[in-house]
Ligand binder design. Structure first.
Ligand SMILES: [Zn+2]
Length: 264
């Protein structure tokens, strides 16, 4: 048994994707747990990333102070087009925002439940796709900062969703489209000011997840309501553990939960 502070699983792009849970200094391969039983018991305690210990979070995985004051929870995190560091204007912490926003960003198209558009830092592209459970992705544009990527994304949202249906994603109920055709079509709609950031190279990356059995109907386990009582793991997709009774567990959604974790 391990006492574990849940964080999102770390991932490695491989065929299939490799998933790990960090147990102190040791990286536990979650792929190796497929076929085994997993138990997770929540200890009625959560920790915000600032270190504050609580019975429950204020919102998302933040305490009250962090939700309202931390740059990690500011509106531009969720809406990149609201970024202002390139104008030297502070939202919550200008130094932090400059470091985070003023670096190369990518706008991508991916297929998780269907076509979607998103923005990510240049060095986190594959892990972003994996976290969303995307089976394919293509880079659309590269910009020198987060604000410009957000401008392109918000324009593309007129034509493409920016959300995933997690149930369809997990069931493999996927609306496939040709990403290269879509990219060409969408880039033709952009004005020259934004079009100059579109990447000419069009390479589709495919992602395979370690799954032995797809769920038929999906029920999500929330630790606030129930623990995981020794369920057999049959696959991993996105940040979800999939069990053989069709229940699933969103690991990232439980970031900061203190639990007892054991396998058998
Ligand atoms: Zn906090």
């Amino acid at each position: 048994m391990h006492k574990l502070l849940i964080d999102k699983m770390s991932v490695k792009y491989n065929d299939p994707v490799d998933y790990y849970i960090q147990l102190g200094d040791y990286s536990l391969s979650v792929n190796d747990l497929i076929g085994k039983k997993i138990s997770i018991n929540w200890l009625n305690t959560v920790f915000c990333s600032c270190g504050r210990k609580m019975k429950k979070f204020y919102r998302q995985s933040f305490c009250y102070d962090c939700f309202w004051n931390s740059p990690e929870a500011s509106p531009s995190i969720f809406k990149p087009e609201l970024c202002t560091a390139h104008l030297n204007i502070e939202e919550r912490d200008l130094e932090w925002e400059k470091k985070f926003q003023l670096q190369p960003h990518l706008v991508y198209l991916s297929i998780s439940s269907g076509l979607k558009v998103g923005v990510t830092r240049k060095n986190s592209l594959e892990s972003r796709w994996i976290d969303q459970g995307a089976i394919e992705g293509i880079v659309f544009a590269e910009t020198p900062n987060r604000y410009l990527a957000g401008k392109i994304e918000i324009f593309l949202k007129n034509y493409v969703a920016d959300r995933t249906s997690w149930m369809k994603m997990l069931k493999g109920d996927i609306n496939k489209v040709d990403l290269i055709i879509k990219k060409n079509e969408l880039s033709s709609y952009l004005n020259p000011e934004l079009k100059k950031y579109v990447i000419n190279k069009s390479e589709i990356k495919k992602i395979n997840f370690p799954i032995n059995k797809l769920p038929n109907k999906v029920k999500s386990i929330v630790l606030d309501k129930k623990n995981i009582p020794g369920l057999k793991l049959v696959g991993i997709k996105g940040q979800y553990l999939i069990f053989d009774n069709d229940e699933v567990f969103n690991v990232r959604r439980h970031k900061g939960y203190l639990v007892d974790f054991f396998t058998s």
